[in-house]
Design a protein around this ligand. Structure first.
Ligand code: DX5
Ligand code: ZN
Length: 214
């Protein structure tokens, strides 16, 4: 599976979000990852579809909304209209992950299904024939800059074993030390927020992660 790097903008200041986002798009990011939090599914509140829409004109890089929200289906239309190509919602936030994934396809979007560190990989398996991507959280959702939880990689290994062609994304604590470990477990899409935001030049950080994917 080809490696994709999906910078998260969560760790950049929202007062000056356009420039780092533009630079990462120009530097070849495969996706831009938007961490949408509602203060219910996770304690923080981050931003809505309006911020995503405001960045859409910066380039053509595909946008992914990672909905850390209750009732994610209430937000599908707004993030589709804002220009997202994929919406990833949490299995813990719905009783109807299969139907929600189907509804995203009916809207012409890709469907991603995410699981928290405490959620078994079995929550994803029944949906494998209707999702485009599985997101295995490698930190507790809600904050950037947390420590990578290596035990979550057992779920990545299991997913890669049963679904060799699935896009498997890891999200949280990804940096030059942890990316190779996650890749070896079978992940191929890497979300990085704090690591990139902590570089003098995020584009250099992106290039460093890209080299580790080769
Ligand atoms: C956490 C988010 C992550 C985060 C990126 O709830 O889903 O995408 O912003 O994590 P770090 O900053 O660890 O790369
Ligand atoms: Zn995320």
């Amino acid at each position: 599976m080809t490696c994709k790097i999906a910078p998260s903008i969560l760790s950049f200041s929202q007062a000056a979000i356009a420039e780092p986002t533009r630079r990462l798009m120009a530097a070849g990011a495969d996706w831009i990852h938007f961490d949408v939090m509602d203060g219910q599914f996770v304690p923080p509140i981050t931003f809505g579809a309006a911020l995503v829409a405001s960045l859409r004109t910066l380039g053509n890089t595909p946008f992914e909304a990672h909905l850390m929200t209750l009732t994610p289906e209430r937000h599908f239309e707004a993030f589709a209209k804002a220009g997202c190509r994929r919406i990833t919602f949490h299995a813990e936030a719905t009783h109807h992950a299969y139907r929600l994934a189907q509804s995203l396809h009916a809207m012409g979007l890709e469907a991603g299904l995410a699981i928290n560190p405490a959620t078994a990989v079995g929550a994803i398996l029944p949906c494998l024939d209707t999702i485009d991507l599985a997101l295995v959280m490698t930190v507790n959702p809600g904050w950037g800059g947390q420590k990578f939880i290596a035990s979550t990689l057992a779920k990545v290994r299991k997913l890669r074993e049963v679904a060799p062609d699935l896009e498997i994304e890891v999200d949280g604590g990804i940096d030059p030390d942890t990316l190779p470990i996650a890749r070896a477990a079978g992940a191929n899409v890497f979300v990085a927020g704090h690591y990139l935001a902590s570089q003098d030049d995020p584009a250099q950080g992106l290039a460093c992660l890209r080299k580790l994917c080769a």
